[in-house]
Design a protein around this ligand. Structure first.
Ligand code: FES
Length: 198
């Protein structure tokens, strides 16, 4: 008499054949849990990668100019032919917030803001000087203090003089010699504070 295998028997047989078909994982192939040392190593690696990415981003951020050319805070290129001649009235560059003044000592780019309380002073041709309408401070064409309540000379911006042989930077605020220049570049991101007077 033949016997029909039960459902339980079939399942057991299937399990046995599956166990036979799948090779038992070897000790080498088995996934090992990471130990504490490896875990710390990965954390350290991730931290270094994050730090490097952060520093790289910051470096790019500081390396790129924040202001465009011709925008206050950036550089203003001025062709040599448009610089006022020596001894002529200074030229106000509104967008750059500076006066371009050319004396026999050279060119200076003077901030338009009075060093007393921040009013906008003006050039008075008849007196050949800058005069502030608010409290009467007066300055030479070079931005030097003459009289009034202002505590110091006018502030100036760094000027770069471009010649065929290279570029000279006047970052200390002294008048720049522009003879032979093809253009000058006024850096409104680099203001030099006027000296205080006695
Ligand atoms: S703000 Fe110019 S003199 Fe006072």
């Amino acid at each position: 008499m033949t016997t029909t295998p039960t459902v339980k028997g079939k399942a057991a047989a299937a399990q046995t054949s599956a166990a036979k078909a799948a090779p038992a994982p070897s000790a080498e192939n088995a996934i090992k849990p990471i130990n504490r040392r490896e875990f710390l190593y990965y954390i350290w690696g991730a931290s270094v990668a994050l730090l490097t990415a952060g520093s790289g981003g910051l470096l790019i951020w500081f390396a790129l100019p924040r202001f465009r050319e011709g925008e206050f805070g950036g550089v203003f290129p001025i062709e040599a032919g448009t610089i006022p001649a020596v001894g002529t009235p200074p030229k106000r560059i509104d967008a750059g917030r500076f006066w371009l003044s050319h004396t026999d000592k050279g060119v200076v780019a003077i901030s338009t803001v009075c060093t007393h309380l921040g009013c906008l002073y003006a050039w008075v041709t008849t007196n050949n000087r800058f005069e502030c309408p608010c409290h009467g401070s007066k300055f030479t064409a070079e931005g030097k203090y003459i009289e009034g309540p202002a505590p110091r000379n006018l502030d100036v911006f760094a000027v770069q003089v471009v010649t065929p042989s290279g570029t000279t930077i006047h970052g200390e605020g002294k008048p720049a010699d522009v003879s032979g220049a093809t253009e000058i570049r006024v850096d409104t991101g680099r203001k030099i504070k006027g000296d205080t007077h006695g």
